[in-house]
Design a protein around this ligand. Structure first.
Ligand code: ADP
Ligand code: ADP
Length: 232
């Protein structure tokens, strides 16, 4: 579903060049939950942002669902991005919009007819367990509820892939467990491939099938979670 080959990313600032990804290759299979773990500054965020081309790779290829993202025109990229939902550590909700209208937002951008979009939003809020919060504003929600809105919004355009950037890092352990359970349900029920980045080993152990360890811009280990984190 995602095939990254020889991906290198160098950030050029006025003062220096930063090698954020050094010849990274990995494949995420359809239907799996794949975790990328590493310390702060290792390159995780850069890697996930390259997949939907929020960051432009310096070199290498990124194939998503059969399409090389690095070769697409602006219009093609807009369509390709609809296959990829994304959730964030700090949720990135619009504070002036209700829960309902936050989830509606990507459907408005995709110009989905209003009636169909409203039906879809209602279904998504049901899926994430927030039907009764539709008219609330983000400031009236707990962290876990905000992330549920983020998840519903990410699923709005019926993506094949969900990218998660430290989605549980701002949450307490119990809320983390409930969000991870929701992600696992979404993976199983909707057959959505999930790629997540985290610095938290427990996240990997709780839901990932496979894991890559990234250190100083390079992948240093990759394999089944049970093999890599088995206690000898
Ligand atoms: P992680 O997500 O693992 O914390 P990042 O991908 O954010 O790592 O960062 C990898 C490296 O790239 C770090 O050294 C970071 O300082 C640098 N970096 C990230 N974004 C930028 C940027 N926009 N400009 C310059 N350097 C950056
Ligand atoms: P309009 O189509 O003129 O924007 P709507 O009928 O969509 O008006 O509804 C107005 C507001 O009510 C919406 O912006 C949304 O916040 C809220 N809303 C609409 N449908 C629902 C629903 N099923 N559940 C909760 N809130 C809703």
């Amino acid at each position: 579903m995602i095939e990254i080959k020889n991906l290198t990313k160098i950030y050029t600032t006025p003062h220096q060049q930063v090698l954020a990804l050094d010849n990274v290759s990995l494949t995420v299979n359809k239907g799996e939950i794949f975790g990328i773990i590493g310390l702060s500054g290792a390159g995780k965020s850069t890697l996930i942002r390259c997949i939907n081309m929020l960051e432009k790779p310096t070199s290498g290829t990124i194939i998503v669902d059969g399409e090389d993202m690095t070769l697409l025109s602006k219009d093609e990229l807009r369509l390709a991005r609809q296959k990829i939902g994304m959730i964030f550590q700090h949720f990135n909700l619009l504070s002036s919009r209700t829960v309902f209208d936050n989830v509606m937002f990507p459907l408005e951008i995709a110009k989905v007819p209003r009636k169909e979009a409203k039906k879809r939003v209602a279904e998504l809020l049901e899926l994430v367990g927030l039907k009764d919060k539709a008219r609330a504003y983000p400031s009236q929600l707990s962290g876990g509820q905000k992330q549920r809105v983020g998840i519903a919004r990410a699923l709005a355009n019926d993506p094949k892939i969900l990218l998660s950037d430290e989605a549980t890092s701002a949450l307490d352990p119990e809320t983390t467990r409930s969000i991870l359970k929701l992600l696992k349900d979404i993976n199983r029920q909707l057959n959505i491939t999930i790629l997540l980045i985290t610095h938290d080993m427990n996240v990997i152990k709780q839901i990932c099938d496979r894991v890559a360890v990234i250190d100083k811009a390079r992948i240093v280990e990759i394999g089944d979670v049970l093999t890599i984190f088995s206690n000898p």
